[in-house]
Design a protein around this ligand. Structure first.
Ligand code: HEM
Length: 220
């Protein structure tokens, strides 16, 4: 007899996808807020990055973040595979409009895949990229500002970021409302407002990150 546990049931997978998705929404919001220090200047941005990596809790935060990414992708991918197996690929792709589905909801697996590629390249380029140094108020630290600005000197990289951030906006704009509904926020009175706030959040995040990439391009 097959053993069934929380993870093998669709509802468990949906709930894990939802809670990790909300955690990742929280991360994208704080990461954007931190990155906006680029607008303040090199010292502010570098000092912020240095404060983050100097805090011993960063290892715990990174482990939790990685765990959320892995669980989110694993659960969402198996749910998608189960849906395709149950209904057939053609149905999955074509016959969903007219049932209240949007471009964002129908493309979740595709925008998610773009974001996975984006994150891997992003970590290679920035987190594990060139290690320039600078001194702020007498403290030697990594010059992430220089790395980021140099990276966006290439218009192709700016275009790749804008493209990926459209995927991020679509993915979070739908994912946020879907997560909240999984957790019971489903009421005729509130659902339209939840949808509106989620879409607005997706647009804001996409514009914020894309705007920063374009701003850095013009700093060159
Ligand atoms: C203009 C856009 C962005 C800029 C300038 C930017 C900048 C950076 C930089 C400089 C780092 C390295 C930090 C360090 O090693 O101390 C970093 C790390 C990271 N970024 Fe971004 N980022 C951007 C967009 C994004 C987006 C859209 C996501 C996710 C969807 C993201 C996810 C991450 C993750 C997961 C890390 C690793 C965090 C860690 O390990 O502590 N970034 N980013």
């Amino acid at each position: 007899m097959p053993s069934h546990n929380y993870f093998t049931y669709s509802i468990g997978k949906k709930q894990i996808t939802a809670v990790t998705g909300l955690g990742l929404v929280g991360f994208t919001a704080t990461h954007l807020a931190g990155n906006l220090l680029i607008l303040v200047g090199a010292d502010a941005f570098n000092a912020y990055g240095h404060a983050l990596v100097s805090n011993p809790l960063i290892y715990l935060a990174e482990a939790i973040l990685l765990g959320m990414f892995v669980l989110h992708i694993a659960m969402a991918a198996t749910l998608t595979a189960q849906n395709i197996a149950a209904r057939g690929r053609r149905y999955y792709i074509k016959n969903r409009s007219g049932r209240g589905e949007t471009i964002a909801s129908m493309t979740m697996p595709y925008t998610g895949t773009i974001l996975l590629v984006f994150i891997i390249l992003h970590l290679i380029n920035f987190k594990y990229g060139a290690h320039y140094e600078t001194t702020v108020d007498g403290v030697v630290m990594r010059d992430l500002f220089r790395l980021v600005v140099e990276y966006f000197a290439n218009p192709l990289y700016v275009a790749w970021y804008v493209f990926s951030m459209i995927a991020l906006g679509l993915h979070t704009g739908h994912g946020l409302q879907s997560s909240l509904q999984t957790w019971g926020l489903n009421h005729p009175k509130y659902t339209p407002k939840v949808k509106m706030v989620s879409v607005a959040y997706g647009v804001l995040v996409a514009l914020g990150y894309s705007g920063l990439a374009i701003y850095c391009y013009f700093l060159n």
